[in-house]
Write a protein that binds this ligand. Sequence first.
Ligand code: TXA
Ligand code: MG
Length: 321
Amino acid sequence: MTKLLQADAIGIAHAAALLRDGALVAFGTETVYGLGADATSDRAVAGIFAAKQRPRFNPLICHYPDADTAFADVVANSQARRLAATFWPGPLTLVLPRQRDSEVSLLTSAGLDTLGVRVPGHEIALALLRATGRPVAAPSANLSGRVSPTTPQHVLDELSGRLAAVLDSGPCPVGVESTVLDLSGSTPLLRRPGGVTVEAIEAVIGPLGTCDKIPGVLRSPGLLASHYAPKLPLRLDALDVKPDEALLAFGPTLPGAGAVFSLSNECDLAEAAARLFAGLRQLDEDAAALGLARIAVMSVPNRGLGRAINDRLRRAATPRA
Ligand code: TXA
Ligand code: MG
């Protein structure tokens, strides 16, 4: 049975004790809910891969209460320190070389010699990390390849019975995952667009390389083409709605749609990001109830948080193998 814990002092202490004991606990962050485990325990980390049915080659992000504890497990350079000072706590993951004597399980980084570290911008998550006193490995708390959860109910709907507890931190304010920035090579590489915009990062450290532009460089191992998949297929850049479609709207909605979820009436990208995953889940349900075949998606500008939104929509639209 998966417990739903209140995020008060007792609930946080309980969740921390479970984590120290090797159990899996989902907790809210500013981005999405994470499926947490003690990152130093092979057995606990293996439990994450099993619960999510996640491929073992896909590394996990390690969560810390502050930059000092995060940088104890990796070799931080001056760019990493500047970015941490600017954006932590917040939705930015830095990929850096692992510290040789780090106690973080090699399973966490999927055998790579780098580790993704992040300090989440959420008071409850930080309190949990402080109380746990260990690095906490946490992927998004969904089955591998499916839509990320932004409420405790999303986690329970998909993973109930596969984890000890969910710490209820309410809905996640940012709604898309952290930006993953790889600082382990000679050029900073954007591995996943996310909650901190490319524009904001470039204002601190200058131009980024993207993995797409550099031949032979793999994107994040987790960024398989098909991901974030709702049950129904998606049709992107829709200018109209067909009779057998539900609509994910951005800005003024289109005429004729039966089931509609509006990401943002006012074209506010932050609001749209926060509502994206809940919208995909909602339309999946509505469309099934109405016997619809597809979700039509209106286009979202590709700047600021729009990049992370479009990245998730493109992956959600890619047919599954
Ligand atoms: O916002 C977030 O980042 C959420 C919350 C829970 O913190 N976590 C999250 O984790 O989105 P996950 O596992 O769903 O996505 C982590 C991404 C994957 O694409 C993974 O491949 C990449 O980060 N990643 C992790 N460690 C990496 C590493 N050492 N090198 C390259 N990519 C890495
Ligand atoms: Mg994920």
